[in-house]
Design a protein around this ligand. Structure first.
Ligand SMILES: [Zn+2]
Length: 319
């Protein structure tokens, strides 16, 4: 288990997150200074699904927008800016976007190098770290929950399933694509892989599995009580499968990386039945030194992610 000392303050850091749009903030002592800046500027549409601003944007324009945000946020701090952290949904290695299903134009882009070069032209020499957005969630939650000295793991339950880890470590960490089923019929994952966690728990995958029911309806039917048997046994079976899958990846992570804190976040934490999840995990983790794990549902927002991108970048810049 990691046991690093709690980071102490340095110069200001800029955290950026690419989601439906870009959110950026100046972070001092792990706190946001002023407002989040956004690109495109202005209010986001009510439904994030209607927000395609970034998908249409060519990589060059995106890099320009990112540099402009850093330059405007760094005003007055050009010389003492300690780091810049950029988090985006995708597989990132060494500052290169290797895979980004939601921002396909970025595949292969050397974001780290391009931003660094753009900033140098503007007199900013701060090191740039590019990371996966779930790692930014983990770092942001570690910071807001006072756990910067611990290993923190996060499952983000949304359209897809993200796995985040703090402290930030270079690696692939595509935990959402962990294999949790050996059933050949389990092929709902967006990546095309068989038996993947996201193919069972992801919102998109659930809609593909139940073409006649929305995920909300599936869980509502499965949760029907008063002794009456569910009208649709598929829903009960699926609720069990969903929780067993989450327990399975968590148990695997415990067996590989040790016990500790797991956070659950994302819009589908509303489907989590903690008792059922703990029952499943109890059957899967039997070695007593590994049983000191804990699981907590937490809320997070773009500010948490922006702070997390900054915290992770600050940590990397000190190595
Ligand atoms: Zn997959």
């Amino acid at each position: 288990m990691d046991n690093q000392s709690t980071p102490t303050s340095t110069g200001p850091v800029i955290g950026i997150i690419l989601a439906e749009r870009i959110f950026a903030g100046l972070i001092v002592d792990h706190q946001l200074q002023g407002e989040l800046h956004t690109y495109p500027p202005g209010a986001a549409p009510m439904d994030p699904d209607d927000d395609h601003a970034l998908v249409e944007l060519p990589t060059d324009s995106l890099i320009h927008a990112l540099c402009d945000l850093v330059v405007s946020l760094a005003q007055g701090h050009e010389k003492d800016l300690a780091a810049v952290g950029i988090a985006l949904p995708g597989m990132i290695r060494g500052g290169v976007v290797e895979e980004a299903p939601n921002l396909p134009q970025l595949k292969g882009a050397k974001i780290g190098e391009l931003i660094t070069a753009g900033l140098i032209k503007n007199g900013i020499a701060a090191p740039v770290t590019v990371l996966n957005d779930a790692d930014a969630v983990a770092a942001g939650l570690a910071s807001s929950h006072g756990k910067l000295d611990r290993l923190i793991r996060v499952w983000t339950l949304g359209t897809g399933i993200g796995y985040g880890r703090y402290p930030f470590a270079e690696g692939v960490w595509e935990g959402g694509h962990s294999v949790v089923s050996l059933d050949d019929k389990e092929r709902y994952c967006g990546c095309g892989g068989v038996g993947h966690l996201e193919g069972i728990m992801g919102h998109r995958a659930m809609r593909l599995r139940f073409l006649d029911l929305e995920p909300e309806e599936v869980f509502a039917i499965a949760n029907t009580r008063n002794g009456e048997r569910s009208a649709d046994p598929r829903c009960n079976d699926f609720k069990k499968l969903w929780h067993k899958s989450l327990a399975a990846v968590t148990a695997s992570s415990i067996h590989m990386d040790g016990p500790g804190k797991f956070f659950l976040t994302g819009f589908n934490v509303r489907f989590v039945d903690m008792n059922l999840l703990h029952d499943c995990l109890h059957g899967m983790v039997k070695m007593s030194p590994l049983q000191s794990y804990s699981i907590e549902i937490v809320a997070e927002d773009q500010t948490t992610r922006v702070i997390g991108a900054a915290v992770a970048a600050e940590q990397v810049s000190r190595r």
